[in-house]
Design a protein around this ligand. Structure first.
Ligand code: SF4
Length: 193
């Protein structure tokens, strides 16, 4: 079973959200997701070519047979003999590490497709117009590979992880469907009886 790279980002953000999107087929837009979709649509229509000394390919599909991963990269650049992914995100910067995990998964695919190592990539945040360097450290690679296994398990079993209320819920577009505080209270009540 191929794992969508985007599911890794969602799982890292919140396993319950990942379940809702990729098992229950639920998706609701909010301001953040609409901005993100619009950004990706713009990115994905820009084409490919040289920019100064850098070769840029946009909207390229990546896959890994080894990890059974598939997904589209916003941008892959080659500069000074190095090829690396660049993922576009809305906002000023990532808060929770899920975006870094997504770009690391893209690097795992690129390494397999190119047959050479990819040591770093970038996250580009549209609001701040800043590129954030992501080093593909051993720890980040391990975290990404563990997330692939967890998402595979989630998709195979369909078992729903609990909704756990926390800082991530504030910007979550599924908050009104999920009601994480009520879900937590219900779970505590069930555990008490
Ligand atoms: S509201 Fe919170 S618990 Fe529910 S899906 Fe979103 S992030 Fe996860």
């Amino acid at each position: 079973m191929d794992i969508p790279i985007a599911a890794l980002n969602q799982f890292s953000y919140c396993p319950h959200r990942c379940w809702r999107m990729f098992c229950a087929g639920e998706f609701v837009d909010n301001q953040y997701t609409v901005e993100g979709t619009s950004l990706h649509e713009r990115v994905h229509t820009l084409g490919e070519g040289m920019r100064e000394e850098t070769w840029q390919v946009r909207a390229i599909w990546l896959r890994s047979d080894r990890y059974q991963l598939v997904g589209k990269a916003d941008l892959v650049e080659t500069s000074d003999g190095q090829t690396y992914p660049v993922e576009y995100k809305r906002g000023r910067r990532g808060e929770f590490g899920n975006d870094a995990l997504q770009v690391c998964a893209q690097a795992l695919c690129l390494e397999e497709m190119l047959g050479r190592s990819v040591s770093q990539g970038y996250l580009y945040y549209a609001q701040s117009h800043q590129r954030q360097l992501v080093e593909f450290s051993a720890a980040l690679r391990e975290e990404t590979i563990a997330a692939i296994a967890s998402v595979r398990q989630l998709l195979l079993t369909g078992l729903m992880p609990p909704a756990i209320y926390g800082p991530r819920c504030r910007g979550c577009s599924l908050r009104e469907q999920c009601l994480p505080r009520a879900a937590g209270q219900l779970q505590r009540y069930q555990e008490a009886v």
